[in-house]
Design a protein around this ligand. Structure first.
Ligand SMILES: [Zn+2]
Length: 263
């Protein structure tokens, strides 16, 4: 899928988690619902850091372009080192390492750890990166015609305001993890979920997605998981724009109502 569909599905997924959490007796304060949805929308772009034309690879100027090259090279190396006889030959790292459940868990866990031990600046940094991505993903063309600097300023302002709100007692820093020193431990959850939702989105498209790596299926360790072939569609096709994106909006709306206790 393309950026906007990935971001929308990420936001909808977090709103759904909000509804489920409310049902399970862990209702999210609204700042957690809102910032989690935005973080998840941003994180749902992150796996494409292995592709230089992707939104995330151009979102932070030379910094993200450099990181993209590192990630692509690393992904390709890991692919070559772990491929089995059934896996095909590949010229680059796109849709490999960063498109797996293991990557989602590692990145989510790493961000949780960083948020917990890194203090205020780590939280602000994580929020900033994901707000910028959420703006790029959700506003798509609007963000593309305006300047990068404007998007960064918006991201920084959003990060600052959200952190300010969530730092108030009961407003989100200690949601779900209530022990002392566990503030913002939950931040890794929308990040992990965003990556997984991205993988599932890619699995619906023509090429599939090796989500299960390194668990082998048959003679392939990079088995491209996906829906039955005739049901798959091309990234950016009408199915994505006219069917999936409205569906994500609807599901997100229902999730939000559930999360806030209106259902
Ligand atoms: Zn992808």
């Amino acid at each position: 899928m393309m950026g906007p569909a990935h971001s929308l599905s990420g936001a909808a997924a977090w709103l759904g988690v909000g509804a489920a959490a409310a049902g399970a007796g862990y209702p999210m304060p609204w700042p957690v619902l809102v910032s989690g949805a935005l973080i998840c929308a941003g994180a749902a772009l992150a796996p494409d850091l292995d592709h230089k034309a992707a939104t995330i690879s151009r979102a932070f100027g030379p910094l993200s372009r450099g990181l993209c090259e590192v990630v692509d090279t690393l992904s390709h190396a890991v692919y070559k080192a772990t491929k089995m006889r059934g896996d095909s030959h590949r010229a680059g790292g796109h849709r490999t390492l960063t498109h797996t459940w293991l990557w989602a868990v590692l990145v989510g866990g790493g961000m949780s750890l960083l948020a917990m031990v890194g203090g205020r600046w780590a939280v602000l940094g994580i929020l900033f990166v994901h707000m910028v991505l959420a703006i790029e993903g959700l506003l798509w063309r609007a963000a593309r015609v305006s300047s990068d600097v404007l998007v960064w300023l918006l991201g920084a302002a959003a990060a600052w305001i959200l952190a300010q709100v969530m730092d108030q007692p009961g407003q989100g820093a200690s949601w779900l993890f209530t022990g002392p020193g566990q503030e913002y431990l939950w931040l890794g959850l929308p990040i992990m979920l965003g990556a997984l939702v991205h993988d599932i989105g890619d699995a619906l498209t023509v090429s599939g997605c090796p989500i299960l790596w390194p668990i082998p299926i048959g003679r392939k360790r990079w088995y491209p998981l996906g829906t039955p072939k005739p049901m798959r569609f091309r990234a950016g096709s009408w199915v994505e724009l006219k069917v999936l994106m409205p569906a994500f909006m609807l599901l997100g709306g229902v999730g939000a109502l559930g999360a806030l206790g209106y259902l």
